[in-house]
Every structure is written in C-alpha cells, then in structure tokens.
Design a binder for this molecule. Structure first.
Ligand SMILES: Cc1ncc(COP(=O)(O)O)c(C=O)c1O
Length: 399
C-alpha cells in the first residue's frame, strides 16, 4: 500500500496522492481503472502472484495491467455469465477476437474447417497469414449438416462457424456440427456477433468458444472497437496463453463502454427488432425485391434452426433485388436514401444501408446477385419507411 507521504515534497505528492479513495459500493457502475503497474505488498507477495500466474491460476490478483484490469474483468464477468462460459477475454477489435480464437488452437501442419459465409477479413486471415504459417483451411458450405464429417482430416483441429453469416444469413446447426467436431477432437468456435449473447449461447449448444465483435450490438453506439472470446473450461488455457504471448489486451475505457452498452442492449434490440419487422414486411411487398434474407421470416431457409436454437433476432438483414433492377439502379437506390447512412459496421443506434458483395467458394447466390445489407438503428420506423419509399420511387421513376 502506498501512503500519501504528507511530509513529502510536492513532486512526490503529485505521484502519491489520490490513490486510496475506496470505490463507493453504492455506485452501480465500476470505475474505469487505467493502469499498467500493479504494486505488490512485498517481494514475497510479488513472487506468489508470479508463481500463480505462471501456473495458469488466473483467479487472483494480477502482476501487471496487461494480464487483467478491474474494469475489463467487470465487463468480462458479465459477458461470461451471459454466454454460460468459464472465462472470457477482451481484445482490441472483433477481428482480433476471430483471428486469436483460431490461432490459439492450431500449429504448423494443422487443418481447419471454416464456414464459407464467414466475415471477409476472417477469411483473408485464413488464406493469408494462417496459410503462411502452414495451417490449411477448407471453406465449407454453411448448409452442411452431417456431411461435414467427410471434410475432417486426421489433422483437423478446429471447426469455425458464424451463424447466421453477416452477409447471407444462413443459420447453422450448431449442436450437430459441434458434436461431430468434438467426436473428432476438434475445437468448435462460433462467431456469435449477430445474435448477441442475449439471443444465442453457443457454449450451451455444444461449442467450445464464442466470439463477439462487441463493436456491434454490445457497444451499440458506433464509438468503440472491441472483441471478446468466451471459452469453456477445457479451451480456456490455450486462449489465455495465446493472448499472453501476443500481448493482447483491450482498453478499460472500451470495456467500460461495452459494459454500459450491455445495460441497454435488451431495450435497443427489442426496438430494433420491431422496426426490422416493419421494414422487412414493407420490402417484401416491393416489386423490385426478390427476397429478404432474415432467419426470423417463416419462409427463410434457416427459420427452423433459428426457432429451435435462438431466442430472438437482431436488426441486420439482407435484401436481394430482382436481377432486372440492374447494378446501376441498386447504387442509385442506396444513394437516394437520406436517413440511412452508407458505411460499414452494424449494430449501432444509426441505420445503415450498403451494397453487399459476399466472397464465396460455395456461392449461395448468383455471382451477379444484387444484394443490399441493412442494419436497423433506433430511428422511428415510420421515418425509415418513408426514406425507403422515396428512394424506391426515385429508381422507379428512372431518376
Ligand atoms: C460477423 C463479424 N465478426 C467480426 C467482425 C469484426 O469486428 P471489428 O470490426 O470490431 O473488428 C465483424 C465486423 O463487421 C463482423 O461483421
């Protein structure tokens, strides 16, 4: 414990004052603790903590801020509970969570199975850096059920899912795929960003690891980058060792924002779902729309699995236009909207609309498919509908 050193010189007091204030237990939010150094009572305490850390015991106090920060831990404890996991870790982006959760379980000469509908940069990581390290990837069709068994090799270490995929929205049979992977000694990793931990918990359905780009719905305000990895007990040590080796940690400010985001996520998602239902219904009635890709729709190919495993749907979906509309009109349609923003990311308070170009080995749609992606925000549904209505009217008029 450091004392204020009231008889010390001002330069010393500048360093030592103000560090004893106890957190008032009545406050409902944890403080943001920024810090690298963690002081130890004495050398014996330091040695004891180092010994426990080296033994992989992460239940006690840490020796250094990179190994655990009270603000991050507050957020991660909440997330771990929601995901029904053993432990979680926070990383500086959703992509870092995806790539680290793969790296943790592979070595040179291994093979992994990754769903073809995976987030594009995760695909690039597999075909680029991971291939360079001598790990081979097979991209499999998200519609595969039992058939996945035929793709396993003796050196297949990991099965990666993203359900539903964030561009084409196929729902995967997580319990079935995870069982097949487990029988073959492979770890199952699920990017659970679309569903959030509120509407689906991969670990409860047989997976070992669940990932979130907390940048999206958990943060909810388009103001942070954050990724999370939640593990069951057997998969935790390898993940922990990998983030330690790579020096990966997240900012306590971002974890604090994510914890705040969690508090309001249920209310945001409920409103976003209600607005999404209205937009989806309206879009399906437009002659230019061929299909809406959204698992909550009863005629969606993924609906039965979604109903079986998920407890809700979020506000990200795809809109497939009739081929006759043409790419130029699709782009004019996007440009004609005024309330929808045109930009990447999703899950924030602001509605977004962008053209979508999924890269696939097993195409779900024709190569020239006219696909849009909508992320529904918190604006009034009527205003969003009016915006879409005037944009469709403009392309109909050839404007
Ligand atoms: C499904 C999915 N996973 C992961 C990510 C990566 O998250 P981040 O942008 O925080 O790196 C994204 C980003 O769009 C995503 O859509």
């Amino acid at each position: 414990m450091v004392h204020p050193h009231s008889d010390a010189q001002p330069a010393t007091r500048l360093v030592t004052l103000g560090r004893q204030a106890p957190a008032d237990p009545g406050f409902v939010n944890p403080p943001v603790v920024r810090g690298s150094t963690v002081l130890h009572a004495d050398v014996a305490d330091l040695h004891e903590r180092v010994r426990r850390n080296l033994a992989g015991d992460d239940s006690g106090p840490v020796t250094y801020g990179r190994h655990g920060n009270p603000t991050n831990i507050a957020f991660l404890q909440a997330l771990t509970e929601l995901e029904c996991g053993h432990r979680s870790w926070a990383l500086p982006s959703g992509l870092a969570a995806c790539t680290t959760a793969i790296l943790a379980y592979v070595a040179q000469g291994d093979h992994i199975l990754v769903v073809d509908s995976v987030y594009g940069p995760t695909r690039k990581f597999c075909t680029g850096l991971l291939a360079r390290m001598g790990v081979q990837t097979t991209f499999y069709d998200p519609a595969l059920g039992e058939g996945i068994a035929g793709l396993f090799r003796p050196n297949t270490r990991l099965l990666y899912l993203e359900s539903p995929g964030s561009q084409t929205f196929e729902v995967q049979d997580v319990p079935l795929l995870a069982r097949i992977a487990r029988e073959r000694g492979a770890v199952t990793v699920v990017d659970n960003t679309w569903a959030t931990p509120l509407y689906f918990q991969p670990l409860r359905h047989g997976a070992d690891v669940a990932i979130h780009a907390a940048t999206k719905y958990i943060g909810g305000h388009a103001d942070l980058f954050l990724g999370t990895v939640t593990c069951n007990e057997p998969s935790w040590r390898a993940l922990r060792a990998t983030v330690s080796a790579l020096g990966l940690t997240a900012s306590p400010d971002d974890c604090w924002l994510a914890l705040r985001g969690l508090r309001s996520m249920g209310a945001r998602l409920a409103q976003q779902r209600a607005t999404t239902d209205r937009l989806v219904q309206w879009l399906r009635e437009q002659p230019e729309v061929l299909r809406v890709l959204y698992p909550a729709l009863p005629d969606d190919p993924g609906h039965a699995l979604w109903r079986r495993d998920f407890t809700g749907a979020t506000g990200l979906f795809g809109v497939l236009l009739q081929p006759a509309v043409g790419r130029a009109a699709l782009e004019r349609l996007v440009d004609a909207t005024r309330l929808f923003g045109h930009g990447y990311s999703w899950g924030g308070f602001e509605s977004l609309l962008i053209p979508s170009h999924p890269e696939r080995n097993h195409p779900a749609l024709p190569a020239d498919a006219l696909l849009l992606r909508i992320s529904v925000g918190l604006e009034a549904a009527g205003d969003l509908l009016a915006d879409l209505d005037q944009a469709f009217a403009r392309i109909r008029a050839g404007a």
